[in-house]
Design a protein around this ligand. Sequence first.
Ligand code: CA
Length: 247
Amino acid sequence: MSTGTEPGAERRALVVEDDEDIRALIEFTLQTQGFAVTAVDSGLAGVDAVRATKPDLVTLDLGLPGIDGIEACRRIREISDAYVVMITARDDEIDRLLGLETGADDFISKPFSARELKARVNAMFRRPRTSEGSPVTHVPIPADEHEVLEHGPLRVDVDGRRAFRDDVELELTRTEFDLLTELMRTPARVWTREALLRSVWGTEWASDTHLVEVHVGNLRRKLGETRDGPRYIRTVRGVGYRMELAD
Ligand code: CA
């Protein structure tokens, strides 16, 4: 059993976009990246298509007829751990969306270039995966072939893409998993928000650092951090984040 994308394992993408021109642009761009692409023009059709096609990646327009991108994303999150890229009409919508905890992994505002979309998608899929796109099937692999990270009660099976606290599996999105893995791989390192952006999202735009803060916040909650309870990730004021040192 090797790590990384198995030869012949097809990556699937779903494009949810009601503007025909933009839909065609995204569809074409993702096809050139080797995705088998399904495209639909409404949020409800998008949720149905996620169920039917089990995509690895979903691009989701915010402004859609019927249910909007936010509601569609919430419904998709209930049934899939696909990467979700939310596409917004304006740059300044992104901050508002971050506050709503939509569950999206990344945001791109219109107008965007095919090159920009490609770069974002490549960064997401750069990491080795063994789940072959399906969050449900788990192929047993001998433990010694897994990179396993431990930090106090936290354990991350990097290749199996599973995370545990006190042996209870955590329900992390792909982005939260990638964030936790980066932090746990180098527990003494203080990560700047910019470095995490580069490493997890593949972008260097300093304006996106809010994205890091929101995802770290969601991750902390899922790890079970509370105000007075356990802390696993430390905020280094004015710099960024690192793992909390063990007592
Ligand atoms: Ca639209």
